[in-house]
Write a protein of this length. Structure first.
Lengths: 263, 361
């Protein structure tokens, strides 16, 4: 077999994929293997594909993705912990023709920001919420989140989540799907190329809804890993996610075009 | 001459918000200022100017709606009363840090806690010394009439955009609830989206074609950069202290003693001056219009011109008096007088307090 130099392969005509220009060149600050980076890229690819880079405002509140504005190459606002849906509400109401989205963690969206989440959904704000559920507080070093699974060990549930003391893991996505204000509610993942492709489709549908002025909010949960917080290697974390998170947080559409999907 | 109307202070504030060309009001009801959102929902501002009005789920949400809306360059405003304003402190700190122009009105009621629904001036510290976390300031305007409840709205917006910061209209339950004649100013047209974009290139309303995206944030994890940002904020505050101090002097020229007051207390103090002058005691009133920036230099000047004493009159246990003391530097007598918990002092009580606490001792 003759030797092929790599430089002979890297040619424009051979390229099948390139990074979207809506991701900056800044190296991602996320842990290797973390789902945040993939989720960022999918959103930015969709905005580029829709030709909306000059008409998008994103909001990222506190959590590991607090620095999302360093990576997402569109106009961005950084919000206080939990408050992104309130910011997005005002942005969208004052600029009807812009695409407005929030990007929130599970602690942010389902604990401290529960009121803002529920009410933005209930008012049917015409925005997109991307919800990264990694079952833990990644940024602050792995404390228990509202979504932490029963028995799961975190730095504030060191003996595992005990329901009698700490309550149950919150399925906020199923909850917001019940509200008439949500138009599209789905749960996705980004741990494999196949899953990422499906997630990308869902994200596109959500933003397309907003472009079409669909009557309500589009909500995308992405079940993700936190290898640092879970104290696992990236591969183990993904396997653990498939084995433990997916049974409790099953992937798939929950509400489409305003109608609950029967399962 | 503008249109004349008989209105409550809260209604005048609401009408002025529409006329000032505001783009959005976001608020949550609380006595004694619920008339503001009631007026705004009834007056159909959307039909008049295209302005958005939204009842939020909480004051936490309303202040964060102001963050989002203000950060796009639109004119946004909220109003509340003391307990609601306490809930907004986190948001105000973020807004100050991120340098977003917004206007907020506090129609103060008695505290602490749920307190009561009567007029008070006990939120002075919270309004002028920061309120939330971090080193920041609000410009604080104190109306003492229904007319000023209206006039201060466009002024507050101008200051907010001039300095890219939150501006507070600090009123109280008496000014909010009382009815007076108001001359309404001519409506100021709302800016179009294109005008907003051209005027405020920092605003996040869609990355300019061929340009750089904008970021609105209060975060900088690098302490040296955050220190630099803080220095920038402090420089801005020093400029404001030089240029934006507002007050009114009433019968101060020949006065031996000065009452220092704002809002409702300034009106009561004016009455007290008459009573004291009838007795031959020469008293004047320094009515504060900006509470921050505070007129330290003016008071120092009064001391050097021979004023013999200052009585801070405020419906609090003694908050503004601390700034008067800072200005006077112990050179002449300074005392505080005020009823608290939502009780309004009478002119007679104020007059007596001056005689006892400043002249008598
Ligand atoms: C008012 C307030 N309380 C607490 C914090 C500290 N804090 C920062 S991020 C965070 C949790 C983030 O978890 P999550 O939203 O799940 O995001 P992740 O980092 O897991 O992506 C907390 C508690 C804060 N910044 N502000
Ligand atoms: S701490 Fe967890 S959520 Fe945060 S970047 Fe690392 S892996 Fe991702
Ligand atoms: Mg999390």
């Amino acid at each position: 077999m003759s030797e092929i130099a790599i430089k002979d392969i890297i040619k424009t005509e051979n390229l099948v994929y390139k990074k979207t220009s809506l991701m900056t060149d800044k190296p991602l600050s996320y842990c290797p293997g973390c789902g945040h980076g993939t989720a960022h890229r999918l959103i930015m690819e969709v905005i580029e594909e829709l030709g909306m880079e000059n008409d998008t405002v994103g909001v990222a509140p506190v959590g590991c993705s607090v620095l999302a504005y360093e990576f997402m190459n569109v106009d961005m606002q950084e919000a206080a912990h939990g408050r992104a849906p309130a910011l997005a509400t005002a942005i969208k109401r004052l600029w009807n023709d812009k695409l407005v989205f929030t990007y929130q963690g599970d602690g942010d969206l389902a604990a401290i920001g529960t009121a803002e989440t529920i009410h933005a959904c209930n008012r049917g704000e015409k925005i997109v919420i991307v919800f990264i559920n990694n079952g833990i507080y990644g940024m602050t070093g792995g404390q228990m989140a509202p979504t932490t699974l029963v028995g799961m060990k975190t730095s504030t549930s060191p003996f595992g989540r005990d329901v009698s003391l700490m309550g149950n893991p919150l399925k906020i996505t199923e909850l917001v799907a019940q509200l008439p204000g949500t138009y599209f509610v789905t749960r996705q993942a980004v741990h494999t190329p196949g899953a990422a492709r499906k997630a990308r489709k869902a994200i596109k549908k959500a933003f397309q809804n907003q472009l079409d002025d669909a009557p309500g909010l589009s909500f995308i949960e992405i079940v993700s890993n936190c290898n640092s917080g879970w104290k696992m290697t990236p591969v183990d974390a993904n396997n653990w996610m498939v084995d433990n998170m997916f049974p409790y947080y099953p992937l798939g559409d929950i509400k489409v075009d305003g109608e609950l999907v029967n399962k | 001459m503008g249109e004349l109307r008989l209105m409550k202070g809260n209604e005048a504030l609401a009408e002025a918000i529409i006329r000032a060309g505001a783009d959005g009001y976001f608020g949550y009801p609380i006595t004694p200022q619920s008339e503001v959102i009631e007026y705004l929902t009834a007056a159909k501002p959307h039909e008049r100017t295209g302005m958005v009005v939204l009842q939020a789920e909480s004051e936490v949400a309303s202040i964060n709606m102001l963050y989002g809306g203000g950060a796009t360059g639109k004119k946004v405003v909220t109003s509340s009363s003391s307990p609601g304003i306490s809930l907004m402190q986190e948001g105000l700190s973020y807004i100050a840090g991120a340098e977003i122009p917004i206007v907020i009105a506090n129609v103060v009621r008695g505290g602490p806690g749920l307190g009561d629904i009567q007029p008070a001036q006990s939120d002075y510290f919270q309004s002028t010394k920061g309120g939330g976390h971090g080193d920041y300031r609000l410009i604080v305007l104190a109306p003492s009439s229904v007319q000023e409840m209206s006039d201060f709205v466009p002024e507050a917006f101008d200051l907010a955009f001039k300095y890219r910061m939150p501006v507070m209209i600090l009123s109280d339950g008496a000014i909010g609830q009382m009815m007076e004649k108001v001359e309404l100013f001519e409506p100021i047209p709302r800016l179009t989206d294109e005008e907003v974009k051209a005027k405020y290139p920092w605003a996040t309303n869609g990355k300019p074609k061929g340009g750089e995206r904008r970021i609105i944030t209060s975060l900088d994890l690098d302490p040296y950069k955050l220190e630099e940002h803080n220095h920038h904020l402090q420089e801005k505050y020093r400029i404001i202290e030089q240029n934006e101090i507002r007050f009114e002097e009433i019968m101060c020229d020949d006065a031996d003693y000065i009452l220092v007051a704002y809002g409702s207390s300034a009106r009561i103090s004016q009455k007290a001056i008459q009573l004291l002058r009838e007795k031959g005691i020469k008293v004047g009133l320094l009515r504060l219009i900006t509470l921050w920036p505070f007129p330290y230099a003016k008071i120092q000047d009064m001391v050097s011109k021979g004023k013999k004493g200052f009585l801070a009159v405020e419906m609090s246990a003694g908050q503004m008096v601390e700034d008067v003391r800072l200005a006077v530097e112990g050179k002449v007598k300074v005392a505080h007088y005020g009823r608290i918990g939502g009780v309004i002092h009478s002119p007679e009580e104020v007059a007596e307090a001056l005689e006892q606490k400043i002249i008598g001792e």
